[in-house]
Design a protein. Structure first.
Length: 177
């Protein structure tokens, strides 16, 4: 499905799980979308493979403090424990996520990515999934957590881990179609 007129923001920082960034970016670009890396990191950021091994270094396209939801059609929140933990404590990152929800735009989060949604108080009453270590955190924030490859609740798309990327990517592309 072509999504050639769509712009998708990827919100991440150092420690992002590389494949949870590169796989959705590739799927969206193949579908014709434009992708942008937004980050509180300046210049470049270090991706990780399985939270332990250094991956590639990626350029930051837009500083999070300058990003606006109105400039994009959807938001993707890749995981990576270090990435997700840092983002949820960044006020500008949390504010941007809230903007996307307020604008009723698709938001997709995989693995540890949903952590920031709990921080932003956006999960109450929502059916969702994540990496299993977030089950209690999301439940305590009011989510109905399920162990499923991908969960679509309105415009919120969540997935568990890199093994679910095919389903996650398809759901994100479908949300933009």
């Amino acid at each position: 499905m072509a999504v050639s007129d769509k712009k998708v923001a990827f919100l991440l920082t150092r420690g992002v799980e590389q494949v949870e960034l590169t796989s959705p970016v590739e799927a969206l670009r193949e579908a014709g979308a434009t992708t942008t890396i937004i980050s509180p990191s300046e210049g470049t950021l270090q991706a990780m493979n399985n939270d332990w091994d250094h991956g590639d270094v990626f350029d930051v396209d837009v500083p999070v403090a300058q990003a606006k939801a109105e400039d994009y059609d959807a938001l993707v929140l890749p995981g990576g424990t270090l990435n997700a933990d840092a983002l949820r404590t960044d006020e500008s990152a949390v504010a941007l996520v809230k903007e996307f929800f307020a604008a009723d735009k698709p938001v997709a989060a995989i693995c540890h990515g949903p952590w920031i949604l709990a921080e932003a108080d956006l999960v109450k009453g929502r059916r969702m999934t994540s990496y299993r270590s977030l089950k209690v955190d999301l439940g305590n924030a009011g989510a109905d957590w399920v162990d499923s490859e991908v969960v679509v609740d309105g415009k919120l798309i969540t997935s568990r881990n890199p093994g679910d990327l095919d389903a996650f990517n398809s759901a994100v592309v479908d949300a933009l179609s």
